[in-house]
Design a protein around this ligand. Structure first.
Ligand SMILES: Nc1ncnc2c1ncn2[C@@H]1O[C@H](COP(=O)(O)OP(=O)(O)OP(=O)(O)O)[C@@H](O)[C@H]1O
Length: 718
C-alpha cells in the first residue's frame, strides 16, 4: 500500500455496457443499503439507486428524490423542476460511476490510502486502483490551466518518464464537484484506444485534500500547432489528424461515451504526430436509444450543434460529429467558421450557413426552444457555395457532419469510410509528420510575458521580442464574449447560492504546500523572466479552451487535389468560452437551489429582447454588412494588425491568393484571465445588488402608498 510502484490493480471490464455497469452497481448498492442507514449521503445514494433499480418506477423515484433534495413539494412541470429532474436522472442513470459503494468497500479504499472524502463520493471511479504517492513524482512546470484544473509536467520517478499531472480543483471538496471529477475518471478508465488520452493513475493520500490525475505527456495540441505562424498543415496532414480524431471518437461512441467538448485544444498531439482526444470533463455515458435525458448545456459555443442550442435533452453521438465538422471546416478555412458570441447569435450563424431545419425536423424533434427560434422564413443552406473552393471530398464530409438534422450526420465510422480518407492525397502516417520542437513551459510563460508586455514598459530588446508575438496575440477574436450570457448566468448562480468566489475558495499556494511534491514548479514570475523564445522556433501549447483560430498565412490553393492547398492553422482558444459556463453550469445545476436559475439563457434573452432572434439575426446581419469581410466567420485581422477586408470563407477557398488571418488567442492573456473574471464577477454582483436594492426601494415606496415617490423612482430610470 502506498508503495512507489503502485499502479492500477485492475481495470474494470471496459466492454461492459453502461447498463450492465449500472446493474452491477445497483446490486452492490443494494447490498450496501442492507447494512443499515448511516449518513444522509448514503441515504441519498440509496434513494437514487433504488430509483435506478426499478425501471418502471424510475420517474416516480427520481421525482421523490427531487422533492427530498429540495426539501419541499415542488410543483411538477416547472422548468426548474424539470431541469433539476433532468440532472438527477443524468447523474443517477447515465453516470453510474458517480455513486457510492458499500461502506465496507469504502473502508477498504480508505485503508488502501484513498482520502475518505473521495472514497465516500467517488468509490466507483477509483475501484480497483490504489493511489500513487506524490513523492514518486517530481513536478517540473505548469503547462496548462483549465477551468477546473492546473496541469503540470512532471517526472514519474518510478518509471523514469515524463507525465502530465492534472490537479483538479474542488470547491471545498463539495460532493458535487468530486462527483463530476469521478465521472471524468470513470469515463477515462472505460476507454482504451491509441487516440484517446490514457489515464495512468491517480495521486493522492489519505490526508490529502487534492487529487492529481496522471496522464501520458503530450507536447502539443491541435489548436496550439495550428496557431503557429510558420506552420502549414498539408492536406495529408489535415486528413491524418482528422482520421485520428474520428478513430478516437468512434471508440468513445462504441463504448457508450459522448465527449461533448470536441475542440482543437482538447486534441492533444505528441511528438510522434499521434493525436489523442483529451479532457473528458464534460463527457457522459449515453444510452444509444436516447431514452435518458442529458443536459443540453455542453460543448464550447462555436462547436455546439443546433439541437443543443435548441434545448435538446435527448441526443447522441451526432453532437460530437457536429463539432468535428466545425474543426474540419476550420482547418480548411483557416478560422472558426461560426464564432457566435451568444447562444442566439450562434444559432443564427448556423442557420445562415447550414440552413434552418426542415418542417419535418421541427415537427419530429419537438425541441424545447423550437417555438422561439423557428424563423418565419426558412434559411437556405449555403455550405457548398460558401466553401466552393474546398476539395470536393472535404466538402462532402463537411456537408454530412454539419447536417442540421443530427440523424443525417452519420457516425464516426461512416466518416472514416468517406471519400475524404480514401481519395488522394491520402492521410499521411503520423510518424511521417514533422517533429515539432517541444513547447512544454511555453504556454504559461507566454501568458505572463504578454501580461507584462501590456502592463508595463520593459526594456526595448525584450519588447521587440514580445511584439513579434504580440502582434498576433493582441488581435484576438473577442472570444471571452463567446458565451457571455452563460457566463453571466453562471455568476448569477454563484451569487445566489452564496458561494464564495473561486479565488477565495481555492488557494493554490496552500494547495501546493499540501501536495507533498518534492519540487514545486518555478514561480510564474521566474518563468516569465526566463523566456527568450524565438517565435519561429517554438510551438505553443494552448492551454486555453476555445476554438481553433487561423492566424497564419493561408496559401493560395490549387484547383485540383494534387495541388491541394497547404493549410496553415491558427488555433487559439478562448478561456472564457462556452466550456467554462457549461461546466460550471453542470455543477451548479446539480445543486438544490438550481431550480431558481437553471433555465437556459435563450428564453431569457428572448424575454429581454422581444423578437430577439430576429433582432439578433438582424444585428448579425448588420455586423456582416458593416464588415462584409467578416462574413460567416466573423472578423479576422491580418498579421500586421490591419483589418483584412477579404474573407476567405466568403471568397471561397484559396480564391484570391494570399489571405492572412490573425485572430490570435485570447483577447486577454491568460495571465490576466483571473483578474478579468474577478472584474466581471464584481460587475455582475454590483448589477445584481443594484437591481435588488431598486426593487426593494420600489416595493417600499409602493407599500407606503407613496405613488409619487414610486413614479419619481421609475422615472429616474435606476
Ligand atoms: N496529457 C497532457 N499532456 C500535456 N498537456 C496537457 C495534458 N492534459 C492537459 N494538458 C494541458 O492542460 C490544459 C488543461 O487541461 P484540461 O483541458 O484537461 O483541463 P480542464 O480543467 O478540463 O480544462 P478546460 O477548462 O479547458 O476544459 C489543456 O488545454 C492542455 O494544454
Amino acid at each position: 500500500m502506498g508503495c512507489t510502484c503502485c499502479k492500477p490493480l485492475a481495470i474494470e471490464d471496459s466492454r461492459e455496457s453502461p447498463r450492465e455497469r449500472l446493474s452491477s452497481k445497483v446490486s452492490s448498492d443494494v447490498l450496501g443499503s442492507a447494512r443499515g442507514p448511516s449518513s444522509r449521503r448514503d441515504e441519498a445514494s440509496r434513494v437514487k439507486d433504488r430509483s435506478i433499480d426499478s425501471s418502471d418506477g424510475r420517474t416516480l423515484s427520481i421525482d421523490k428524490q427531487l422533492k427530498q433534495a429540495n426539501g419541499m413539494e415542488r410543483v411538477q412541470g416547472g422548468e426548474g423542476y424539470e431541469r433539476n429532474r433532468e440532472r438527477m436522472v443524468e447523474r443517477a442513470v447515465v453516470h453510474p460511476g458517480m455513486g457510492t459503494l458499500p461502506k465496507a468497500v469504502e473502508g477498504e479504499q480508505v485503508a488502501a490510502g484513498w482520502p475518505p472524502w473521495l472514497a465516500a463520493v467517488a468509490g466507483e471511479a477509483i475501484r480497483g486502483w490504489v493511489p500513487r504517492r506524490a513523492d514518486s513524482f517530481e513536478k517540473l512546470d505548469k503547462i496548462g490551466q483549465g477551468t477546473y484544473s492546473n496541469v503540470y509536467r512532471a517526472r514519474d520517478l518510478d518509471q523514469g518518464k515524463i507525465v502530465a499531472l492534472k490537479k483538479v480543483r474542488f470547491d471545498n471538496l463539495e460532493p458535487e464537484s468530486v462527483r463530476f471529477m469521478a465521472r471524468e475518471i470513470h469515463i477515462l478508465r472505460r476507454l482504451d484506444h491509441p487516440n484517446i488520452i490514457k489515464l495512468e493513475g491517480l495521486v493522492t493520500s489519505r490526508m490529502s485534500c487534492s487529487l492529481y490525475l496522471v496522464f501520458e505527456y503530450m507536447e502539443h495540441d491541435l489548436a496550439g500547432l495550428a496557431s503557429h505562424p510558420g506552420l502549414k498543415f498539408t492536406e495529408p496532414q489535415v486528413k491524418c489528424y482528422m482520421q485520428q480524431l474520428l478513430r478516437g471518437l468512434d471508440h468513445c461512441h462504441n463504448r457508450g461515451v459522448l465527449h461533448r467538448d470536441i475542440k482543437g485544444s482538447n486534441l492533444l498531439i505528441d511528438n510522434s504526430g499521434v493525436l489523442k482526444i483529451a479532457d473528458f470533463g464534460l463527457a457522459s455515458f449515453y444510452d444509444p436509444h436516447q431514452s435518458q435525458p442529458l443536459t443540453s448545456r455542453v460543448v464550447t459555443l462555436w462547436y455546439r450543434p443546433p439541437e443543443l442550442l435548441l434545448g435538446a435533452t435527448y441526443y447522441g453521438t451526432a453532437v460530437d460529429l457536429w463539432s468535428t465538422g466545425c474543426i474540419l471546416a476550420e482547418l480548411y478555412a483557416g478560422k472558426p467558421i461560426m464564432p457566435g458570441r451568444t447562444e442566439v447569435e450562434q444559432l443564427h450563424k448556423i442557420f445562415k450557413l447550414c440552413g434552418s431545419p426542415s418542417e419535418e425536423y421541427w415537427r419530429k424533434s419537438k425541441l424545447p426552444h423550437a417555438t422561439i427560434f423557428k424563423p418565419q422564413q426558412p434559411y437556405r443552406r449555403c455550405v457548398g457555395d460558401t466553401f466552393k473552393d474546398f476539395p470536393a471530398p472535404a466538402l462532402g464530409l463537411m456537408e454530412t457532419l454539419l447536417s442540421i438534422d443530427p440523424s443525417d450526420r452519420g457516425s464516426a465510422a461512416s466518416a472514416l469510410r468517406s471519400e475524404f480518407f480514401t481519395r488522394k492525397p491520402l492521410p499521411c502516417d503520423p510518424a511521417s509528420l514533422p517533429k515539432y520542437p517541444p513547447s512544454k513551459e511555453f504556454d504559461a510563460k507566454l501568458r505572463d510575458e504578454e501580461a507584462r508586455r501590456q502592463g508595463a514598459a520593459g526594456n526595448k530588446g525584450q519588447r521587440l521580442d514580445l511584439e513579434r508575438r504580440g502582434n498576433r496575440e493582441s488581435r484576438a477574436i473577442p472570444a471571452p464574449d463567446a458565451n457571455a450570457e452563460l457566463v453571466q448566468s453562471m455568476q448569477k448562480r454563484q451569487n445566489q447560492s452564496n458561494a464564495k468566489s473561486r479565488s477565495e475558495k481555492f488557494n493554490p499556494n496552500q494547495e501546493e504546500i499540501a501536495s507533498g511534491f518534492p519540487i514545486d514548479p518555478p514561480r510564474q514570475s521566474q518563468a516569465a523572466e526566463e523566456v527568450h523564445v524565438d517565435p519561429g522556433h517554438h510551438h505553443k501549447r494552448a492551454s486555453h479552451s476555445g476554438p481553433l483560430v487561423h492566424r497564419a498565412a493561408w496559401a493560395k490553393s490549387g484547383k485540383n487535389l494534387d495541388e491541394a492547398p497547404k493549410i496553415s492553422g491558427g488555433a487559439e482558444l478562448s478561456s472564457m468560452s462556452g466550456l467554462v459556463a457549461a461546466r460550471r453550469s453542470l455543477l451548479s445545476e446539480d445543486r438544490k437551489d438550481m431550480s431558481v436559475h437553471s433555465q437556459s439563457e435563450l428564453p431569457k434573452l428572448i424575454g429581454r429582447f422581444p423578437g430577439s432572434f430576429k433582432e439578433a439575426s438582424e444585428s448579425t446581419i448588420k455586423q456582416d454588412q458593416k464588415h462584409p469581410s467578416q462574413g460567416v466567420a466573423g472578423s479576422h485581422q491580418k498579421e500586421d494588425g490591419r483589418t483584412n477586408n477579404k474573407d476567405p470563407v466568403l471568397l471561397g477557398y484559396g480564391s484570391k491568393g494570399y489571405k492572412i488571418h490573425y485572430s490570435g488567442p485570447l483577447i486577454v492573456p491568460s495571465g490576466n484571465m483571473d483578474q478579468m473574471l474577478k472584474d466581471h464577477d464584481r460587475q455582475i454582483q454590483e448589477a445584481v445588488r443594484r437591481a435588488r436594492l431598486d426593487k426593494a426601494k420600489l416595493k417600499k415606496a409602493q407599500l407606503e402608498g407613496n405613488q409619487t415617490a414610486a413614479n419619481t423612482f421609475l422615472v429616474s430610470g435606476r
